[in-house]
Design a protein around this ligand. Structure first.
Ligand code: ARG
Length: 487
């Protein structure tokens, strides 16, 4: 088969002898007498997926070569040749001057092959004291570490989008729901801060996970370590790893860090899907609480009046992929024996996809949060529905010494009465209050109504306006600090 035919990616299922690569292109050519079946090359290649690891692969190789120079395995001149060659390869890739070919299987082989082509025998020394097994793990750890930092930054931007609304929306009271039934009133920033808390835990989870990602695997070689006198502390230092993996057998089979990261991303997606679900509902004519920015909606090809919340729906929908990716990784690693198994090559598509998806979603979520308007009148119009003040009325009775169970019953009877007449509690005459419980006086009317109910709140973390104000101030300080550190 000619080399031009080899660059065709469609596997030919026809004859058994569908072509094989000349041995000289393979790094393992020594022991083989037969070439690789073309269909096998197509099946086993990962370059189509892992080429995005090129920069971290080169970074890892330079650090490895420098360490080999430190310990005297490479000369200074050899190290510089390798380093310059690798940097030139990086430029070629970035300027689209590098040719990828599935014969070379993965990104590691591509770069090493190109290096050898460029600098000859010195390039053949780079793979000393390492294997692709510890190399791929190192690349992936470097890549995930950077990707975590990007996601973290986007989470902060999303928190800032919520905090940015808090002052303007401070006086808006919304119904809070449990079981999707009207429950108690809350002020809008209390809802915004609920999301900030969730995304804050997501950031903490990522930071914690990052510490386990940030471990040097390189130097474990294939599985048993190496007889070459390497210095892994140097490699760790060059690559900014905080720890060095202490067991060579563990290194290449360990994908905990990938799974853990995938879970962190899943939790972010789930939080975002809660937001999406709530806001989709809020944007319906039935709720009519918010108006989404038109730039974030799409129309219908048949119904001229439609403005659909597609972005929010896709944010909700893409959560499925992220959950699926986590599931894939869990099943992939189940029952794998120790050290490297080729199954592990399948870890990259799901983790890359989760990162790509969550990054795009976060990129859209922040401007969506910023650009959405609260329909204040529509919200206020319906605030007296659903007896949002019943609980606060009950609590006022409790404060008069009435046992909670009794107070609950008294208010329950009042609500039933008001429901029968289809009026809010505040519209019941005092006489009716007295009939159910004699202790009521005119003060009851200063407790009732959503605004009074909110104002009466006291506990730490509640929707009491002064509590929420304190929280907003804390968040502003915190985000200022975070942005200063990120800069
Ligand atoms: N492309 C492989 C992967 O992503 C690299 C490691 C291959 N190692 C091997 N011994 N075949 O997992």
């Amino acid at each position: 088969m000619s080399s031009s035919q080899k660059s065709n990616h469609s596997p030919s299922a026809g004859s058994a002898n569908s072509g094989s690569s000349p041995q000289k292109t393979k790094a393992w050519s020594g022991v083989f007498t037969e070439g690789t079946d073309r269909r096998v090359e197509l099946f086993t290649e990962s370059i189509s997926i892992d080429r995005r690891l090129y920069a971290v692969d080169i970074r890892g190789s330079i650090a490895h070569a420098q360490m080999l120079w430190d310990v005297g395995v490479l000369s200074e001149n050899e190290f510089h040749q390798i380093k310059e060659g690798l940097l030139e390869i990086r430029r070629q890739i970035e300027e689209n001057r590098f040719s990828f070919n599935i014969e070379f299987e993965d990104i590691h082989m591509h770069i090493e092959h190109a290096l050898i082509e460029m600098i000859g025998d010195v390039g053949r020394k780079l793979h000393t004291a390492r294997s692709r097994n510890d190399q791929v793990v190192t690349d992936l750890r470097l890549w995930i570490r950077e990707a975590i930092d990007r996601i973290d930054r986007r989470l902060v931007d999303l928190q800032a989008a919520f905090i940015g609304r808090c002052d303007d929306d401070f006086d808006v009271i919304l119904p809070g729901y449990t079981h999707m039934q009207r429950a108690q009133p809350v002020i809008a920033p209390h809802i915004w801060l609920a999301y900030c808390e969730k995304f804050d835990r997501d950031r903490q989870r990522l930071a914690n996970c990052r510490s386990r990602v940030n471990v040097l695997g390189l130097g474990a070689a294939a599985l048993a370590g190496t007889s070459i006198p390497i210095d892994r502390t140097k490699t760790a230092e060059y690559l900014g790893f905080e720890q060095i993996a202490a067991n060579s057998l563990d290194v290449s089979s360990d994908r905990d860090f990938v799974l853990e990261t995938a879970f962190c991303l899943t939790e972010i997606a789930i939080h975002l899907s809660t937001l999406a679900e709530e806001w989709i509902l809020w944007s319906t004519s039935e709720f009519n609480f918010i108006r989404l920015p038109q730039a974030f909606c799409t129309g219908s090809s048949i119904m001229p009046q439609k403005m659909n919340p597609d972005v929010l729906e896709l944010i909700r929908g893409k959560t499925a992929r992220i959950v699926g990716n986590l599931q894939t990784l869990l099943v992939l690693t189940k029952s794998l024996p120790l050290a490297y198994n080729r199954d592990l090559q399948e870890d990259k598509p799901p983790i890359f996809d989760s990162f790509d998806t969550i990054e795009t979603v976060l990129m859209l979520a922040a401007p969506l949060v910023e650009g959405t308007a609260l329909n204040r009148e529509s919200i206020a119009d319906k605030l007296d529905r659903g007896y949002l003040d019943a609980t606060i009325l009950m609590e006022s009775l409790i404060m008069k010494g009435i046992p909670q169970r009794t107070a609950h019953e008294i208010v329950g009877r009042l609500v039933r009465l008001a429901m029968e007449r289809e009026i809010p509690l505040v519209k019941l005459p005092l006489k009716e209050f007295h009939e159910i419980y004699e202790g009521f006086d005119y003060n009851v009317f200063s407790i009732l109504g959503a605004a009074n109910a909110v104002a009466a709140m006291k506990s730490y973390g509640s929707t009491a306006p002064n509590q929420v104000r304190t929280q907003i101030n804390n968040w502003k300080k915190k985000l200022d600090q975070v942005y200063r550190e990120l800069r």
